[in-house]
Write a protein that binds this ligand. Structure first.
Ligand code: NAD
Length: 485
């Protein structure tokens, strides 16, 4: 295996108060390439004492950082956007090596992730307030927005750049300092990002990064420290719930982007070409390892067989392999545990009567690969209908009526994304309104964009990232009352 040059160049220490420092314990951990199972890099392994030092640094510069001109904060983000864009190939090579997604998708994530910085560079100078007169005419009220204070940021491994920029962008724009813990499976992209932000002029102490193999230890040190005023978390629902409980003790502000179980509805009046294209995007992006991945594909009975066959044909045409290799469309899953879970979910569905249209197995050799799979006539009792598959497996279930489709779509404690394919305008709005989700893809398999509010309802989370809503998550409202002269 050749380690990408961009990986070899990285500083893999902790980043605290503008300095690259080893963990106090001297501990390190290995980062593994999921396509080859070989060690890619060795990274400093932080613990609670490092976490506290990072928070000390963030707290020390909070007031000064909050007082910087919005334009200055915006221009740091804008410069970082330019630098990320210039270094697209380097960052994409790091991401593919540590996470597995094909290079073309990694470049797509670089563009998407960078865009959060451009978007929030523009939002930094548009933090508005309000002014009003009391109904009795005696008092004037000024409504202002101020940064919430030092923030705890915790991100998952599946979008190693974008999950970070989606939080760091609005925090910088709002004037918050940060302590940041990237996912231990993919710490390298975040280290490249930190270097870029420092180069773009982010002052020392504003962003501090602690990688660790003991997230509970590091994050608990922050969550139990009353100086941390907000937590923004993206990851699984069980960890999100735990952080919400910890946040309660310090009454911290919270933003939670948690797990999904997206329904994907195809009605018999849908344009099947559009629906198949949407299913490929919503299922196969990131090898299915996305919180908005289509998890349960419900297709009206009249077109279910044709839909499954055509989807299987598209899936069969995909090349599985190391994402760094040209022409590969499906990379490995993130780790052995993830692969074992997908194997188990497919086996369970098949035991309960699902028909394997394509795939259903894994290729020989090293790496955590699973073949693109289409299962039809999946029983609603199957485990994969209630579990995030997080793999390249499309589970197709037939339905008969619109009411049945809506009931099936909503029969989950999650509510992140949902997809709907129909050419009937009335049905489009009726079903969109009835779907219990934060985001609906209407005749499209892609919902996310930095300019649009991303987030879920029910157990998929609290708050929104991106859009004009994203910066509000990092701002407090302050009222100043003054007698009317
Ligand atoms: P995870 O919850 O295991 O890990 C997410 C982050 O939390 C990682 O940085 C991890 O180190 C940290 N963590 C783990 N245990 C912790 C603890 N006890 N205390 C504090 N932090 C802890 O999730 P994952 O496997 O990395 O990511 C997959 C999950 O993320 C899926 O459920 C997916 O749907 C969800 N996700 C959601 C969104 C969204 O925007 N809603 C986006 C991407 C991923």
């Amino acid at each position: 295996m050749t380690t990408p040059a961009a990986v070899s160049k990285l500083n893999t220490n902790l980043f605290i108060d503008g300095q690259w420092v080893p963990a106090r314990s001297g501990a390190t951990f290995d980062v593994v390439n999921p396509a080859t199972e070989e060690v890619l890099a060795v990274v400093a392994d932080g613990a609670a004492a490092d976490a506290t030092a990072a928070l000390d640094a963030a707290v020390a510069v909070q007031a000064e950082w909050a007082a910087t001109a919005p334009r200055e904060r915006g221009e740091i983000l804008r410069r970082a956007f330019e630098l990320i864009t210039e270094r697209t190939d380097e960052i994409a090579s790091i991401m593919t090596a540590e996470m597995g997604k094909p290079l073309a998708e990694a470049k797509g994530e670089v563009a998407y992730g960078a865009e959060f910085f451009r978007w929030f560079s523009e939002e930094a100078v548009r933090i508005s307030g309000d002014q009003l007169l009391a109904p009795d005419g005696k008092t004037r009220y000024f409504v202002q927005r101020q940064p919430v204070g030092p923030c705890v940021l915790v991100t998952p491994w599946n979008f190693p750049l974008a999950m970070g920029t989606r939080k760091i962008g609005p925090a910088v724009a709002a004037g918050c300092t940060m302590v940041f813990k990237p996912a231990e499976l993919t710490p390298l992209t975040s280290l490249a990002l930190v270097e870029i932000l420092a180069e773009a002029g982010l002052p020392d102490g504003v962003l501090n990064v602690v990688n660790t193999t003991d997230p509970g230890d590091v994050v608990t040190a922050w969550m139990t420290d009353p100086r941390a005023r907000k937590v923004s978390f993206t990851g699984s629902t069980p960890v999100g719930k735990q952080l919400l409980k910890q946040a309660a003790d310090n009454v911290m502000r919270t933003s939670m982007e948690l797990g999904g179980n997206a329904p994907f509805l195809v009605f018999d009046d849908a344009d099947l070409d559009v629906a198949i294209g949407g299913a490929m995007a919503a299922k196969m992006r990131n090898m299915g390892e996305a919180c908005v991945a289509a998890n349960r594909i419900y297709v009206q009975s009249g077109v279910a067989e044709e839909f499954s066959n055509r989807l299987a044909e598209k899936m069969r045409a995909l090349t599985v392999g190391d994402g760094a290799t040209e022409g590969v469309g499906v990379g490995p899953l993130i780790e052995q545990k993830a692969l074992d879970k997908v194997v188990q979910l497919v086996d369970d569905a098949v035991e309960r009567g699902a028909e394997v249209k394509v795939g259903g197995d894994r290729p020989e050799g090293d790496g955590f690969f699973y073949n693109p799979t289409v299962l039809s006539n999946v029983s609603s009792e199957s485990d994969l209908m209630s579990t995030e598959i997080f793999g390249p497996v499309a589970a197709v279930v037939p339905f008969d009526t619109e009411e049945e489709a809506i009931a099936l779509a909503n029969a989950t404690p999650f509510g992140l994304a949902g997809y709907l394919f129909t050419t009937d305008l009335n049905r489009a709005f009726r079903v969109s309104d009835a779907m219990e989700v934060g985001m609906v893809g209407l005749n499209t398999g892609i919902v996310s964009n930095p300019a649009a509010p991303f987030g879920g309802i029910k157990q998929s989370g609290l708050g929104r990232e991106g859009g004009s809503e994203g910066i509000d998550e990092f701002l407090e409202v302050k009222l100043i009352a003054m007698p009317q002269p």
